[in-house]
Design a protein around this ligand. Structure first.
Ligand SMILES: CC(C)(COP(=O)(O)OP(=O)(O)OC[C@H]1O[C@@H](n2cnc3c(N)ncnc32)[C@H](O)[C@@H]1OP(=O)(O)O)[C@@H](O)C(=O)NCCC(=O)NCCS
Length: 145
């Protein structure tokens, strides 16, 4: 899709802003994002606003996933949620060739994300106690083949 492209270093400030608003309890910091970019240069993707007339691109969301289908993180700027951006980012990950499944960890309290993944056809397949320190993670997964 035209408005999804790989992360580049100049995106970092926008990504950090989205991150602090999306994961206030445990945001990734700059070095973590740069390390994730080093590890997954082709599958750390950003969603950009491509409005004509804008001089600079506006970063509206991001997704990081592995070639095996592990969704490491996904977030959309709070001001533009419920407009299908998360769906487009996740669909891009699910189009990775030869994937058998996609999966992610989600905080037990994160009902918005659980509703999002459920809409995308994911099911809860497990639970990791205290994955987030004092909160459990649900493992959610969607089989693709
Ligand atoms: C989860 C997240 C990425 C979804 O992004 P988004 O762009 O708003 O998602 P979409 O617009 O594609 O939503 C698709 C569908 O998912 C469901 N959905 C999404 N967010 C929802 C919410 N907060 N509550 C209930 N259902 C929701 C809806 O069915 C929605 O369709 P609809 O708007 O037509 O009803 C976004 O809410 C976010 O960044 N959250 C904070 C970070 C986070 O929790 N990430 C996931 C943890 S791994």
């Amino acid at each position: 899709m035209l408005n999804i492209r790989p992360f580049s270093f100049s995106d970092i400030d926008s990504i950090l802003q989205i991150e602090s608003q999306s994961f206030p309890k445990s945001p990734y910091d700059g070095p973590t994002f740069l390390n994730l970019h080093y590890l997954y240069p082709e599958t750390f993707l950003v969603y950009i606003n491509t409005n004509r007339g804008r001089k600079e691109e506006e970063i509206l969301g991001y997704i990081i996933f592995t070639q095996e289908g592990h969704i490491i993180s996904i977030a959309v700027h709070p001001q533009v949620r419920r407009k299908g951006i998360g769906t487009q980012l996740l669909q891009r990950a699910m189009k990775t060739p030869h994937l058998k499944k996609v999966w992610a960890e989600v905080r037990r309290s994160n009902q918005g994300a659980q509703a999002f993944y459920s809409k995308m056809g994911f099911q809860i397949t497990g639970l990791v106690p205290n994955y987030y320190g004092n909160e459990d993670a649900l493992i959610i997964e969607r089989r693709l083949q």
